[in-house]
Design a protein around this ligand. Structure first.
Ligand code: MG
Length: 399
């Protein structure tokens, strides 16, 4: 018994928790499987999906004894390697197949780690089916927040993004009406401190040498442009019902403070820890409990000084664009996200320069026709239209 017992959350979880990992071959997906491996007594992997990495899917299905798998890319649903799936394992195909995994009756928790805006339909279906949703896909919340958030019951959606996990952890036991501001920490990315003149000539290879976190390629470029932080501002706005202007970005180079919340009385709570994505992933699966650490613990006496500072929204224009998209609301975040996915991919392919990413996003946002968000179909249409406009803008900016 301790004095906090009465304010502790009382969520109950099936034990072992039966987990579906959507996007299991990516960075978050494979780290999720690592957490499941380390806590095999508490977590059982029952369903797995990949886009096209069927070999990885088969290996994981055999290791964990998954009962259901899905391959979203139709070009890979007949790969020969799928003949080596464990006996009795049910195969689901296409984007629809991935959604089906999140609705299975023997799944308690869906870890949605698919990349980009493709995660909305599966998150939506998982919430409708009453599953706990560990949502690693920030684009889905940014684009579909107006549709997703009204479905969420308390304790049903647990963020996996490290900053949002930190905010969630700081808010446990608090009254949300006392929340005034969120301080979202940002490492600054690999190009921290550079001028626009210097940024004009950086390459994707420079950006992919990210200093702190182990991440996929799309998010690594987003971290370099600070679009990742912009998306996270919008993600925090939806998850914690705070206006975009009350989500402040704080440059914190050491990546030890994962974010902070400020309350009515001026008190600030922060969550600190190692820079290892397995911690927020594990917390999303263990909440309201805490399990043994999946990685080494830092010796806090030996840590370098922790610094805080302001983000340079002039040099890194994507951050300002994201905030603007949040202020406009409606389908504007969908337009911005789609344009960014096109520009991000073009930069990785060497088809445009670093600063062209924000030029393309800005050009597409300027001509967009913005509506209230009403359905998944509308968002899909808006996304496709914005991608086409972005392709045209790419040709204009980089002929
Ligand atoms: Mg993050």
């Amino acid at each position: 018994m301790n004095i906090f017992e009465d304010t502790a959350p009382r969520a109950t979880r099936h034990r072992p928790l039966r987990v579906a990992v959507l996007g299991c071959s990516g960075s978050i997906g494979s780290q999720t499987l690592d957490v499941c491996r380390q806590h095999a007594d508490k977590l059982r992997v029952v369903a797995l999906s990949v886009h096209s990495s069927t070999k990885t899917l088969v290996e994981a299905a055999r290791e964990f004894g998954a009962a259901h798998v899905a391959v979203s890319d139709h070009a890979h649903v007949a790969d020969a390697v799928l003949g080596e799936l464990p006996g009795g394992c049910v195969m689901h195909a296409g984007a629809k197949g991935v959604v089906e995994l999140g609705e299975l009756p023997d799944v308690d928790c869906v870890v949605c780690a698919v990349v980009g805006a493709a995660g909305i339909a599966s998150g939506y279906a998982a919430l409708k089916a009453g599953k706990v949703l560990a949502y690693a896909n920030k684009e889905s919340i940014v684009v579909g927040g107006d549709l997703l958030m009204p479905l969420v019951r308390p304790g049903q959606l647990i963020p996996v993004d490290s900053e949002h996990s930190a905010i969630f952890q700081c808010l446990v036991g608090e009254r949300t009406t006392d929340l005034r501001r969120i301080w979202l920490t940002c490492s600054g990315g690999p190009f921290y401190g550079r001028t626009r003149g210097e940024l004009a000539s950086v390459t994707a290879a420079d950006a992919l040498a990210h200093p702190t976190w182990n991440m996929g390629q799309k998010i690594t470029i987003d971290s370099a442009t600070l679009m990742n932080k912009g998306l996270e501002v919008l993600e925090a706005h939806h998850l914690f019902d705070v206006s975009v202007d009350d989500v402040r970005v704080l440059i914190h180079r050491q990546s030890r403070i994962h974010s902070m919340v400020e309350f009515a009385d001026g008190s600030v709570k922060a969550q600190l820890g190692p820079s290892d994505m397995r911690i927020p992933i594990q917390y999303a699966l263990s909440y309201p409990e805490r399990w043994e650490a999946p990685c080494d613990r830092p010796d806090w006496c030996q840590e370098p000084p922790l610094t805080l500072g302001e983000a340079d929204e002039h040099a890194f224009g994507c951050l300002a664009l994201a905030r603007e998209a949040g202020r406009v609301g409606g389908t504007m975040p969908c337009v911005m996200n789609a344009a960014n996915e096109v520009a991000n991919a073009a930069f990785r392919q060497g088809r445009c320069g670093f600063l062209d990413i924000e030029r393309i996003v800005s050009n597409v946002m300027n001509v967009a026709d913005i509506q209230r968000v009403e359905s998944l179909e509308q968002l899909e249409e808006c996304d496709a239209q914005a991608r086409a406009t972005a392709q045209a803008a790419l040709l204009e900016v980089c002929p």
